[in-house]
Design a protein around this ligand. Structure first.
Ligand SMILES: Cc1cc2nc3c(=O)[nH]c(=O)nc-3n(C[C@H](O)[C@H](O)[C@H](O)COP(=O)(O)O)c2cc1C
Length: 442
């Protein structure tokens, strides 16, 4: 196969998930050879990317480069094609300089080809275009078509970086499941001092390696059902009883599972988080809606992870009209509550073969309560977190958990980002599913 030709894709359409699945990619290449797509936008630190490309090549990876037009003002495509030993893409259009002469759909091909994409330096302009889903050049079009992890390394003047517009865009990208490598602090090209420097090439390369290590493609062809967020139980048409769950843990699980190749269905309570890439999201509001959605989607699932904070009680008789004040302060308002269905218990009793993972948020007697939940609901794992742990609060980006297995084995993990907690949980699920497949194959 000639150098630079991506190889063969066998693509199957999954009507259920309304997406194509890649069954086999690039049969002619060694499986160990990682394919890294480097996106370069127009910042002063483009020169550092020459070393990044060289280091990636040295590590044995295949490297392809896409550049914005502005980036070519700083370093020429010729430099990057020489260093990467691959054609560099600058334009979407056949016939333009530095575009392929093939009548192909390069931005889609590159998005399918890569095992990981890293955009560095990511300018304020390119970050904002990605945040808004724009696709007006080869770099941003490729990002929209991407199936693999995306790493973004912002680099710009300190005021551009700290501007609330840039910060808001970066938050949106983080929520979407992209990995942000924060800029270093120090003296900038403008002479100002602060955050905005592109980290040194070694740091960029080890960040890419770290991300790839977290995301083995070990869940392809597995169906994983995840719940996230709170439920809202109506009191009347305008009021509800809710809870403080942010949904971040469940969304991190959905993102991590999709990146590992699983078909992910995410049943989400009312949260305003962005849906991670390649995740089929179903929005629900009440515990009853959550129950119906889970029971109908769990039948084909290989694993069900219940990270949602589902109400245990719901108003027995929600009012059809807004409840008015009586005008008598002493009278108050008493609500009659009824218990909701315990979804995990129902799933555990069904024994439909799916691995079951529950979450327990406890305020006291944590281990004892979690063990009780694990046994009574017949779960494979329970993930315990406590409101008493600092760094594990509602809405926090970190969590401190103890994972307890069916046999009672407890593993206390240190404080870590929710994505890393998700990775730890998925490592265990993946191992169990692999062992299960081996058993059934015998
Ligand atoms: C000398 C010079 C250096 C620049 N450095 C940066 C930078 O480091 N980061 C940034 O966000 N923009 C920088 N810019 C501005 C971008 O080049 C400009 O916003 C451009 O539209 C970015 O286009 P792109 O995102 O398509 O590459 C610089 C401009 C010039 C002229």
């Amino acid at each position: 196969m000639p150098n630079g030709v991506a190889g063969f894709f066998i693509i199957e359409y999954s009507p259920q998930h309304k997406r194509h699945n890649i069954l086999e990619v690039n049969m002619a290449q060694k499986t160990t050879e990682r394919k890294i797509l480097v996106g370069i936008s127009g910042g002063i630190s483009v020169y550092k990317m020459c070393t990044v490309v060289r280091l990636l090549k040295k590590s044995g990876a295949r490297v392809r480069v896409v550049m914005t037009r502005s980036a070519t003002q700083f370093v020429t495509p010729l430099t990057f094609s020489t260093l990467s030993q691959e054609e560099v893409s600058v334009s979407l259009w056949p016939g333009d300089a530095h575009s392929s002469t093939d009548l192909g759909v390069k931005h889609i091909d590159l998005g399918l080809w890569a095992d990981a994409m890293v955009i560095a330096p990511a300018t304020a302009n390119t970050i904002s275009k990605i945040a808004y889903g724009m696709a007006d050049d080869i770099l941003t079009s490729t990002v929209l078509a991407l199936r693999c992890p995306l790493i973004i390394a912002p680099a710009m003047d300190v005021d551009m970086y700290l501007n609330s517009a840039t910060q808001k865009n970066l938050s949106a990208l983080r929520e979407r499941g992209y990995f942000i490598l924060p800029p270093d602090e120090g003296e900038l090209a403008s002479g100002l001092v602060g955050p905005g420097r592109l980290p040194e090439p070694e740091k960029i390369v080890s960040f890419v390696e770290e991300v790839l290590k977290k995301i083995p493609r070990d869940l392809t062809e597995k169906k994983i059902l995840i719940t996230a967020g709170p439920t809202y139980e109506p009191i009347d048409p305008v009021r509800f009883i809710g809870n403080r769950s942010s949904g971040k843990m469940g969304f991190a699980l959905a993102n991590a599972a999709a990146l590992r190749g699983a078909e992910v269905t995410l049943i989400a309570g009312p949260v305003s988080l962005q849906t991670p890439k390649n995740v089929n999201r179903i929005n629900v509001e009440t515990a009853e809606e959550m129950k119906r959605a889970v029971l109908s989607h769990s039948k084909k699932a290989d694993a069900v992870i219940m990270a949602a904070a589902i109400a245990d009680y719901t108003p027995a008789h929600p009012a059809a009209q807004k409840i008015k004040k009586s005008g008598e302060a002493q009278k108050g308002l008493t609500l009659e509550m009824k218990e909701t269905t315990d979804i995990l218990k129902e799933l555990g009793a069904q024994h439909n073969g799916a691995l079951l993972v529950g979450f327990a948020l406890e305020t006291n007697n944590e281990i004892k309560n979690a063990m009780e939940k694990l046994r009574s609901k017949n779960l494979d794992y329970i993930v315990l977190n406590s409101t008493r742990n600092e760094g594990a609060a509602f809405g926090s980006d970190t969590n401190i958990v103890t994972i307890i297995g069916k046999n009672g084995a407890k593993e206390k993990l240190p404080k870590m980002p929710k994505f890393d907690v998700a990775t730890e949980i998925l490592h265990r699920i993946s191992k169990k599913l692999a062992a299960k497949s081996k058993k059934t194959a015998r």
